[in-house]
Design a protein around this ligand. Structure first.
Ligand code: MD6
Ligand code: FE
Length: 216
């Protein structure tokens, strides 16, 4: 009986709702993780990771690169999406088709069909690196969700409400975990606690997070 039921059941990723409009698919990209990380390394050869400066003059502890038609950048003049890498002056590397397919599939499973990401922001965390509580609001199409894929060392993800005052809840994100959020959760404040040390078989001493967006 067990076997029959086991065979009948489709292998669905373990799903954890984070909030209305936000869902965590545990292991949703675990099978693709090695290929994703290999592609990130190739992207970083063309568009190296770098520590950007915030408009307030702080150097970010995470290192950033991008792929796709637009990439997120920050400097003293502000945050924005740009078609070219300010470091190299060249267009950002193309988004590999399997990146887009993964993001579009996850968005659809979360209830956001028709996602058309034109930007993939790639963040690299080394031990101690963090991302303070923020909203993602530099995208033109706030109706589109964001799809996040975590690779490598685990992190504690902070997920709050629509005001900075609301106390965030914390979720552990591991290699291959996928978070999709949009709709009523799209403007939720969120962040990442300082990364703990460790050595991951895929990524070594770091965590990499990909966020797919519809920037234009
Ligand atoms: C991170 N992620 O997980 C940073 N933003 O390293 C984000 O800032 C983020 O995961 C919007 C939607 C999903 C995210
Ligand atoms: Fe964010």
């Amino acid at each position: 009986m067990d076997t029959l039921l086991g065979e009948a059941r489709k292998p669905e990723p373990e799903t954890e709702p984070l909030a209305d409009g936000a869902v965590l698919f545990r292991g949703g990209a675990r099978a693709e993780a090695p290929a994703l990380f290999a592609a990130v390394q190739a992207i970083a050869e063309a568009a190296p990771f770098r520590h950007m400066t915030t408009p307030g003059g702080f150097v970010m502890s995470i290192a950033i690169t991008n792929c796709g038609d637009f990439g997120w950048t920050s400097d003293r003049r502000g945050y924005r999406y740009a078609p070219c890498d300010p470091g190299t002056g060249k267009p950002w590397p193309a988004m590999p088709p399997f990146f887009r397919a993964l993001a579009v599939g996850a968005a659809a499973r979360a209830g956001f069909p028709g996602f058309a990401p034109d930007s993939c922001l790639i963040n690299r965390y080394e031990p101690g690196a963090r991302l303070s509580l923020h909203q993602d609001k530099d995208e033109k199409r706030l109706a589109a969700p964001i799809v996040s894929v975590s690779l490598g060392l685990p992190a504690r993800f902070l997920f709050g409400g629509l005001t900075r005052q609301e106390k965030p809840r914390r979720f552990r994100l591991e290699n291959g975990d996928v978070v999709v959020w949009g709709g009523p959760a799209r403007m939720a404040f969120h962040g990442v606690d300082p990364l703990a040390g460790g050595n991951h078989p895929l990524t070594g001493r770091c965590r990499v997070n990909l966020t797919f967006r519809q920037a234009s």
